[in-house]
Design a protein around this ligand. Structure first.
Ligand SMILES: Nc1ncnc2c1ncn2[C@@H]1O[C@H](COP(=O)(O)OS(=O)(=O)O)[C@@H](OP(=O)(O)O)[C@H]1O
Ligand SMILES: Nc1ncnc2c1ncn2[C@@H]1O[C@H](COP(=O)(O)OP(=O)(O)O)[C@@H](O)[C@H]1O
Length: 450
């Protein structure tokens, strides 16, 4: 659900701008293509409806005196407007939908499904929510097959959309020239997914009856689906799943999957330390980075909280919004390091569970994420008081100080937890290194002699 914070007032107060989330944007496009009925609530469960002629949005926004609710994407491009919006119930706004522009941002937009595609009598229409297995037979349908690639990772089992497009192009070549299009489709739950597939079938107008859509998913009940599901879970474990990939996929597809999910010894990794100021995050992170770069063949970058604050977040304070901005910057850089196959070690306080989850998702889109909670208790951190900040915070001279006058939400999803009260820096670092080695991120084979 979008919050009021997503909406900002424009101009005279008669127009309100709403940044649509990923799902609502895709639903909006489906609505404009005629796949979703006009009265659908966009971004909600498929089948949730408002009055005919109106389109709904799950939105907490004060629309009482608003003429137009402008619906924009994350780049602020106005895609559509809801005219004469009404709050029909708490958290639900409805109005008359008017299309403004096609979305240009986003992967695979240049190959998006069009109205012409919907009018074509395809011999077979297939949604690729997993790769097509090597022996999976579509040949009997000839080359007039339409392969649809969802342009959202909920629709591609986490495979990046461009990688899935490459897999679809390979499949199309094997079929003798099938057509490949992206479709703005995000899956949500079995009931909605079924309704969405039925709505998609009904939108293909070349058939007397709604077209049958075949959705290839990990859980589609086929042996290829089960094979992919097995391979998918192996890709997230230690070890090298390449042999299994070769059994299931065409050779050219094995390469794509391997590039996306190489073995852990070559996969990007974000190690995020979190904990109170003075808990030992920076100290452990620094030694860890030195040891990884001296003892292994991996490349590693340190994003230390203090350094980030000076270099890329200078001027930001410690209110919740500023911390979120600071942490998103760290998360973005760390995820880029991971995307290039490196290890990023970050050591911010990162006091909120919600933002740690966001950073985890950013990292996992490109590689792996490990959360290390440096759980040294407040009393010990305060006793250390390296920078004298705790004393100032107690005296009220520093406000919003984590642990004193600002919250620290203890993680319940940490991969490791280290209390440095009674352990040495070396021991604490060794614990993290052992975890990385045991998990296969630092293979001994690739290690340098030192
Ligand atoms: N109000 C307040 N609260 C917490 N910390 C404060 C504050 N003011 C300054 N400092 C110093 O800033 C360092 C924390 O910055 P971070 O970027 O790690 O914080 S956050 O993740 O954005 O919450 C932290 O450094 P570390 O001790 O290395 O954690 C503090 O020294
Ligand atoms: N096992 C340990 N691991 C890390 N730091 C420790 C340990 N034992 C004592 N310390 C001391 O605690 C302080 C931690 O400071 P720092 O690493 O800057 O914390 P943070 O980055 O969490 O604010 C340093 O003075 C460090 O020498």
């Amino acid at each position: 659900m979008m919050s009021a914070a997503d909406a900002t007032r424009l101009g005279s107060g008669r127009s309100l701008t709403t940044v649509l989330g990923a799902r609502a944007i895709r639903d909006l496009e489906l609505a404009l293509l005629g796949v979703l009925p006009p009265e659908q609530v966009l971004g909600a469960a498929i089948g949730s409806r408002v009055s005919p002629g109106l389109t709904g949005l799950p939105l907490e926004a004060p629309v009482d005196d608003v003429d137009t609710l402008l619906l924009v994407d994350e780049e602020q491009t106005p895609l559509a407007a809801l005219e004469s919006p009404l709050a029909v119930e708490p958290g639900l706004v409805a109005g008359r939908l008017v299309a403004l522009r096609r979305r240009e941002s986003g992967r695979g937009r240049d190959r998006a499904l069009t109205h012409d595609d919907l009018a074509h009598p395809w011999s077979k229409i297939v949604v690729l929510s997993r790769p097509l297995a090597a022996g999976e037979c579509l040949e009997e349908h000839g080359s007039d097959v339409l392969l649809l690639v969802p342009d959202d990772r909920t629709g591609t089992d986490g495979i990046p959309v461009l990688s899935m497009l490459t897999l679809a192009d390979h499949a199309a070549a094997r079929l003798g020239g099938a057509t490949v299009r992206t479709i703005p489709l995000s899956w949500r739950d079995p009931v909605s997914d079924e309704s969405l597939t039925a709505a998609l079938g009904a939108a293909f107008t070349a058939y007397a009856e709604p077209a049958t859509i075949t959705v290839l998913r990990a859980d589609d009940g086929t042996s290829a689906g089960a094979g992919w599901s097995r391979l998918r879970s192996r890709l997230d474990e230690a070890g090298d799943p390449i042999a299994l990939a070769r059994e299931l996929l065409a050779p050219e597809d094995v390469e794509v999957v391997e590039r996306w999910r190489p073995p852990r010894s070559r996969r990007g990794l974000v190690v995020m330390f979190t904990g109170l100021s003075g808990s030992g995050k920076s100290t452990i992170a620094r030694v860890l980075v030195q040891r990884i770069s001296h003892e292994t063949a991996r490349t590693v970058s340190l994003l230390d909280g203090d350094v980030v604050r000076q270099l890329i977040s200078s001027g930001l304070g410690f209110d919740r919004e500023s911390r979120l901005v600071n942490l998103r910057r760290i998360g973005w850089i760390a995820a880029e390091v991971a995307r290039h196959g490196g290890i990023a070690v970050c050591a911010p306080i990162a006091p909120y569970a919600e933002i740690r989850q966001e950073l985890r998702e950013m990292a996992e889109a490109n590689g792996d994420f490990l959360l290390v909670h440096v759980s040294t208790p407040l009393e010990e951190c305060e006793r250390r008081d390296l920078k004298g900040l705790y004393a100032k915070a107690r005296a009220g001279l520093v406000t919003e100080f984590t642990g004193i006058s600002d919250p620290y939400e203890v993680p319940d999803d940490a991969d490791l937890s280290i209390d440095t009260t009674d352990v040495s820096v070396e021991e604490a670092t060794q614990t993290v290194l052992d975890h990385l080695r045991a998990g296969g991120w630092l293979t001994t084979g690739a290690d340098r002699a030192h």
